[in-house]
Design a binder for this molecule. Structure first.
Ligand SMILES: Cc1cc2nc3c(=O)[nH]c(=O)nc-3n(C[C@H](O)[C@H](O)[C@H](O)COP(=O)(O)O)c2cc1C
Length: 196
């Protein structure tokens, strides 16, 4: 074997070791994490999702907390492609219009995770309807959002506070829709930092 081949093999070996170390550290970190801040609380995950990104995050949260989960539905947006949806939402935002959504009973829960895609820099209209139409007295809201390109997180958090009429809104989780690879680790860290 010539020197060049030995050098290349050495690099490949070093890369493999590095990948193994990263995976081990990640596994070790995730294994020892606890979500004690959320124990003994009745928790519900509520989300709206048009193209399943927010749903994926909602399901990841559920995987760790093993709590109830339910979807906000609105017929108005079903079977619409991205362009049709964008046109409709643009018109509706201009008119301050809010859509009809299914009824969701949150009375049995202390903590409500609320998941929304970002629409025109805002939380999505079905999630706005959900926040306006429910009573969040004595409940804690924990928001999470997925977006595609540009977003102002504090604007979204303020919308959640204003529409739900509660100040008990904990730090939110935000993730861009096409980078789910490292999302799990970030999500676990966010969940583990929640204190009530
Ligand atoms: C009508 C509409 C408006 C959107 N507006 C924004 C936006 O202002 N900023 C952004 O970063 N992404 C925007 N997006 C992208 C979505 O937020 C992103 O794809 C999200 O993950 C979709 O979630 P879902 O699959 O759960 O519906 C928009 C998408 C749609 C359909």
């Amino acid at each position: 074997m010539n020197k060049k081949a030995i050098f290349l093999l050495g690099i490949i070996f070093a890369l493999l070791v590095l990948i193994l170390v990263v995976f081990f550290l990640n596994w070790h970190f995730n294994k020892h994490i606890s979500f004690a801040g959320l124990s003994n609380k009745k928790t519900l995950i509520v989300y709206y999702s048009h193209s399943n990104h927010t749903e994926e995050i909602a399901k990841m949260i559920r995987q760790y907390l093993n709590c109830d989960i339910t979807e906000i539905k609105s017929e108005e947006y079903e079977n619409k492609n991205a362009a049709e949806l964008t046109n409709l939402v643009t018109e509706q935002i201009k008119k301050n219009y809010l859509p009809q959504t299914n009824k969701i009973n949150i009375s049995d829960y202390n903590i409500i995770f609320v998941g929304s895609p970002v629409w025109q820099g805002n939380i999505s209209l079905p999630v706005k309807s959900f926040l306006i139409n429910n009573n969040f007295d004595n409940k804690t809201i924990i928001p999470f959002y997925t977006f595609g390109g540009f977003v102002n997180k504090s604007k979204l958090d303020n919308q959640v506070k204003e529409l739900s009429h509660t100040d008990i809104v904990l730090p939110s989780f935000l993730t861009v829709c096409y980078k789910f690879t490292f999302t799990k680790t970030r999500l676990i860290r966010w969940l583990s930092k929640i204190t009530l």
